[in-house]
Design a protein around this ligand. Structure first.
Ligand code: SF4
Ligand code: SF4
Length: 374
């Protein structure tokens, strides 16, 4: 029978940066938060995430006796500069479809356990971050993110993975606490551009750019377009400004050649003009929260980013994309983006578009045209 020491050794050999053990008691604090903040989380059920059920580990494996939590550092190498600041780092090498990275490591660890008589499962909706803290692997920041306690220079660039097993091991001392230094004056809360961080340790996920970029309903409201800035999919801002992440960010990291190889597929101009075939081939395997029916949202996000870039070189492609698309939400955002960019080319196009537009689109074009009034 395996001991904890052997499992820890194997996990580190495989490439995880830390590992801890905890019991299978329900995560009552998670249940309490879900109940108290039901208005902020009701959408999770609509998206097929049963977080209430996930808070009781035994629903995923009735015979479970221990939760093993491993930490994966998803930021071990430098990502291409063309993607950083537009796509959240945790999505740049996300292998949940391709199964060619973290999935292999999890499989290796589970195979090792199985070969030694231990059955396991990886429940999808268990609170993995809370499980990691309960397993003594670190604590939280006021930005609601998990921070490693020992690994990765105590930064937040980790993905905790909780694995339920049917054997009993002693639990490690928990570390469920907020470890922010007193001298940090809530930099994350001040920096959150959409006000998603309501107060320390309280987030409205529906206002988070990550949520808005892949689940946002309809045309992005006017007041959020500039704050959402250059983010196409996801957001790292509250991690980038956090002093607890500075030691990791200050390093010179080797280039991530795997992500470099796909960077050109995520070029903004390619995304603005992509069709379903392109999406399925180059984008969906890596960023899959939106389906091929949501291409309008991808294009709307890209048009917003181009508008926020203040780079008039994008005007021609935005004008072309307006003509390629009949989706009102995409066209409306393109009109807004052209208004942000300004210049003679954008003005002429908007005046032309105004002839055939009505309703919401006409309102957006008229609004964009007001930007040209000196
Ligand atoms: S990820 Fe971005 S939008 Fe979301 S809470 Fe952090 S700073 Fe705010
Ligand atoms: S920015 Fe400051 S308050 Fe926010 S998580 Fe980091 S240390 Fe904590």
């Amino acid at each position: 029978m395996l001991g904890k020491t052997e499992i820890i050794k194997k996990a580190m050999e495989i490439g995880f940066c830390d590992i801890g053990f905890t019991g299978i008691e329900p995560f009552t604090s998670q249940l309490q938060i879900l109940q108290e903040r039901s208005d902020l989380y009701h959408w999770t059920l609509e998206k097929g995430m049963d977080l209430q059920k996930g808070a009781d580990p035994t629903t995923a494996m009735p015979e479970a006796k221990t939760l093993i939590v491993v930490l994966d550092n998803y930021y071990q190498s430098a990502f291409p500069s063309s993607m950083v600041g537009k796509f959240g780092r945790c999505y740049l090498d996300d292998d949940r479809v391709t199964r060619d990275g973290l999935a292999i490591r999890i499989k290796q660890l589970r195979s090792y356990l199985r070969e030694n008589g231990i059955q396991s499962t990886v429940p999808a909706f268990l609170p993995h971050r809370l499980a990691a803290a309960r397993a003594g692997l670190g604590g939280f920041g006021k930005n609601c993110l998990f921070y490693a306690g020992r690994a990765v220079r105590q930064s937040s660039w980790v993905l905790p993975v909780a694995i339920l097993i049917d054997h009993e091991f002693t639990a490690d001392p928990p570390s469920v606490e907020v470890n922010c230094p007193k001298w940090c004056r809530n930099a994350c809360i001040s920096a959150c551009p959409t006000g998603a961080l309501i107060s320390p340790n309280k987030i409205d996920p529906r206002r988070c750019i990550s949520y808005l970029s892949y689940y946002g309903e309809g045309l992005t409201p006017l007041e959020l377009r500039e704050p959402m800035g250059m983010w196409v999919y996801g957001c790292d801002r509250c991690q980038n400004v956090c002093p607890r992440n500075e030691p990791w960010l200050a390093q010179e990291l080797p280039e991530n050649n795997k992500v470099n190889a796909k960077a050109s597929s995520f070029d903004l101009i390619q995304l603005l003009h992509m069709d379903r075939e392109y999406f399925k081939r180059y984008i969906k395997p890596h960023m899959f929260y939106m389906s091929s029916h949501d291409l309008w949202r991808w294009k709307m996000n890209v048009a917003r980013v181009m508008g926020n870039s203040h780079d008039r070189n994008y005007a021609g492609n935005l004008i072309l994309a307006y003509r390629e698309n009949d989706d009102e939400r995409v066209r409306a955002m393109i009109a807004w983006a052209l208004g942000q960019l300004g210049g003679a080319e954008a003005l002429l196009a908007l005046q032309d578009f105004a002839h055939d537009a009505d309703g919401l689109l006409k309102d957006e074009i008229d609004l964009a045209l007001t930007k040209f009034i000196a």
